[in-house]
Design a protein around this ligand. Structure first.
Ligand SMILES: Cc1cc2nc3c(=O)[nH]c(=O)nc-3n(C[C@H](O)[C@H](O)[C@H](O)COP(=O)(O)OP(=O)(O)OC[C@H]3O[C@@H](n4cnc5c(N)ncnc54)[C@H](O)[C@@H]3O)c2cc1C
Length: 422
């Protein structure tokens, strides 16, 4: 029996699906010991720190992750960062294969004047702020304005706009972190503009997310019928299935009965951001549109125009992604998930993608190494292993229960250590 050691860097969906694919490829001739290393005190990647709190069903995929983690050949090393504490080269020397599954966490920039003003930020900061990511707990989000603009035409932009435009008490029963619920309750924002550079036929929203909008109980959603009709005409007789489904969903929004709630989401199409206005803080945004420049007065601008990967020393990057051929990076290094493909695809996309990379990895394997493992490299005494994480997880769920929340997320490092009992 050949016993191989594989290190997976990053405990997001792609990392877990890579572990699952390895578990599925064990047989009487070969076995894998899998060490998953995560820089945060908590695993699950964007399932914890990205997916919108008002979409709890999506997060139930974490049960699959925990099943993978419960297998005897799996170990978690959370609160350990690769690239600083331990290098990828050190891992590569010890393990038969190293899989980079570190995602893509930096927000892309628009590159227009005014982007660095106070009140202009990326969804890559705003989303983890409301989702209890410890690195963003102190983000200053100015919600003292009546109008906010979200730039982008994908589901992240939509999540951000919804979070800003929901009646905040709707978040009480979610796992939105307490500091964000408190801020949303004090928020003066009543109008949220979500702006897309191109027409509705090019938007990257998906139709289930669009179809949810007319069902919002406390938010008006405004889309101009004329924008959608023009898009239908441009899309022609045989639009792609996804485009047709989106345009049908948008027509439903445009035609839905007018409501008179306090908060409104407005969609702007064919609006290209040109300049963010303001002296000390954001005061407005200028767009170029087919009918000339348009200014929207606002105090908060959030860009959701894509992500790029944060570099780790020893890993090659290009265009915000790890340089790879079908997931192979170099020697015994592989990449999966958003770090490989860039920020596209839903959680499930990472499963088939990781399975294909693991097949290549397994076909590359030779004689197993006998060079130790990460436990010999770790000097940090506050490693959160699977058992410690299970204690944190149970504590969060238990704290949420009396409040009707799926969990009450911890955010302070000391609280994680206390709950982990280490
Ligand atoms: C705001 C937002 C909302 C989304 N909503 C949905 C949704 O509703 N439904 C859906 O299907 N998909 C959704 N997605 C997409 C989904 O989250 C991604 O497809 C998926 O998370 C990508 O998985 P990943 O493992 O590649 O990256 P990630 O989930 O980002 O995981 C990467 C992990 O690596 C860790 N890491 C990074 N660097 C290091 C390092 N140096 N050392 C150790 N660990 C490290 C990170 O902390 C993180 O835990 C959403 C994405 C975003 C951004």
């Amino acid at each position: 029996m050949l016993q191989y050691k594989v290190a997976i860097v990053g405990a997001g969906p792609a990392g877990y699906f890579a572990a699952q694919a390895l578990q599925n490829l064990q047989n009487e001739d070969r076995a894998f010991s899998i060490d998953m290393i995560e820089r945060l005190p908590t695993p699950w990647g964007l399932v914890r720190s990205g997916v919108a709190p008002d979409h709890p069903k999506i997060k139930t995929v974490a049960k699959v992750f925990e099943k993978i983690a419960a297998e005897p050949n799996f170990r978690l090393f959370a609160n350990v960062e690769i690239g600083s504490e331990i290098t990828v080269a050190q891992l590569a020397a010890q393990y038969d294969a190293v899989i980079i599954a570190t995602g893509s966490a930096l927000g892309k920039k628009l590159g227009i004047p005014g982007e660095d003003l106070y009140g202009s930020m990326s969804a890559a900061d705003f989303v983890p702020w409301y989702n209890a990511h410890p690195d963003f707990a102190d983000l200053d989000v100015p919600l003292d304005c009546d109008t906010s603009v979200v730039i982008g035409a994908g589901n992240v932009a939509m999540d951000v706009a919804r979070m800003l435009a929901l009646e905040p008490s709707e978040l009480d029963s979610t796992d939105t972190v307490d500091h964000a619920i408190a801020a949303f309750k004090k928020s003066s924002v009543r109008d949220v503009y979500i702006s897309a550079r191109r027409g509705p036929e090019h938007a990257a929203f998906t139709s289930p997310e669009l179809r949810e909008l007319p069902k919002l109980e406390h938010t008006n959603v405004i889309m101009a019928r004329s924008d959608i009709e023009a898009a239908i005409a441009r899309a022609g007789d045989a639009p792609e299935k996804d485009v047709k489904s989106n345009l049908d969903a948008m027509l439903l929004i445009a035609d839905s009965q007018k409501t008179e709630h306090e908060r409104t989401m407005h969609f702007l199409f064919q609006h290209t951001p040109k300049e963010i206005l303001g002296t000390d803080r954001v005061e407005g945004i200028v767009y170029s549109t087919p009918s000339g420049d348009v200014t929207v007065k606002c105090g908060l601008v959030i860009t959701a125009i894509g992500y790029q990967a944060e570099s780790i020393e020893g890993v090659p990057y290009e265009n915000g992604k790890v340089v790879n051929t079908d997931g192979r990076v170099k020697e015994n290094m592989y990449v999966v998930g958003w770090a490989k493909r860039g920020p596209s695809g839903v959680i499930g996309t990472n499963k088939s993608d990781a399975a294909a990379v693991i097949e290549l990895l397994v076909s590359d394997l030779k004689q197993p190494k006998d060079n130790g493992d990460i436990s010999q490299l770790i000097t940090n005494e506050q490693v959160i292993d699977q058992a410690a994480w299970q204690r944190i997880n149970a504590a969060e769920v238990a704290a949420g229960e009396p409040l009707g929340k799926p969990r009450k997320k911890l955010i302070q490092f000391e609280d994680f250590l206390r709950a982990a009992a280490i």
